[in-house]
Design a protein around this ligand. Sequence first.
Ligand code: HEM
Length: 409
Amino acid sequence: MTVQPARAHDGLRFPDLADPRTFIDTDLPALWRELRAASPVHWNPPAEDRPGFWAVSRYEDVLAVYKDNKRFTSEQGNVLSTLLQGGDSAGGKMLAVTDGVRHRETRKLMQKSFSPRVLEHVGQLVRRRTRQLIAEVVARPEADFATDVADHIPINTIGDLMDIPVADRGKLVDWNNRTLSRYDEGDSQLDEWLARNEILLYFGELARRRRESPGDDVVSALATGLVDGEPLSEDEIIFNCYSLVLGADESSRMSSIGALIAFIEHPDQWRALKNGEVSIADATEEVLRWTTPAMHFGRRAVEDVVLRDELIRAGDVVTLWNSAANFDEDAFPDAHRFDLGRKPNRHVAFGHGPHFCIGAFLGRAHVSAVLEALRDQVAGIELRGEPRRLYSNFVYGYQGLPVALTAER
Ligand code: HEM
């Protein structure tokens, strides 16, 4: 059984990039190719329930906007769902949607909890946990790689860094799934808000407990640390905890699940990994480029800017399509070849510039751990059912992947 190809994109009219259905039933490589060639700074027109926005798809332009946080702000949201609603309630409080000095200082405070010593330890734990999960799965005739393996890795890593009780981690994954992506079309916006609310309430309570008795986890660092000589506000602590779980969990899971699908579709690369022809570090970068779980991030223009002859007006929403930029032939020769040995591989899966992913080390550790465990413990991969896609205009990936993994002798 192979993964079903999506419906071909006809090239006559660009589909709506705000509509999650676009990412389910369009031939995305063809869409990105045409956007980059014909309309690299593309105006996605308004719809009844939302304003229009720009979509930038070439690698070079995506880098330029990411770098320019003077003319393009994140403070009014950094993903379509918030930008199109006119703002993000966490703006100026949560790292990803804060700019300027406050962003720099808060980032420094959070980075202290990610020292090389801590991360080395976390890297060992994630490798051990992943080996264990894969061992359990190869012992069974069939499993779901998404729910039985990938779902358990990042939440436990970030859970360790934040010292979140193990019993609470499952419900955080579930709430997380409902916030920026939905399980399916039937899930409502209300469901999304309720889940987001549950996460915020949860961290409010956890932060209160850590203020009273701090440990050496990142929640305690946020709850007791100083920025500009002052403690962070309650909102800042809660929003930043939320953003760590959000950032850590979904994207990493989607890369690992996507890696397995890529191996099913590219047996030559699976063999290259198995035979040790490629390093885990290089393979990790290619999996991140190939899967690009965070399809877009976005900004709002602070002043009029001309980009490739298009006038972006102050106040306009500008989205940066990582999933298009990572397949730009000008930056990645033979971009549509899944090539684990690709070098150089300066993908933008983690963004670029001042908001470059603060968890990139962990994201890489998750993917490397999965690749290493697959290489060492799995002899063969067989698809046993239709992979189930996430319904989202932001996260690309799969929430279900029935497979049979046979054990390496
Ligand atoms: C920022 C992707 C893993 C936490 C970002 C950005 C991208 C990204 C593209 C830039 C956002 C922007 O420019 O607006 C990914 C991918 C991951 C991953 C693909 C895994 C494969 C993680 C992990 C954590 C994390 C493990 C938590 C430890 C964050 C945070 C930011 C961020 C807090 C905001 C940084 C800032 O604004 O300074 N991530 N991420 N991410 N990520 Fe990740």
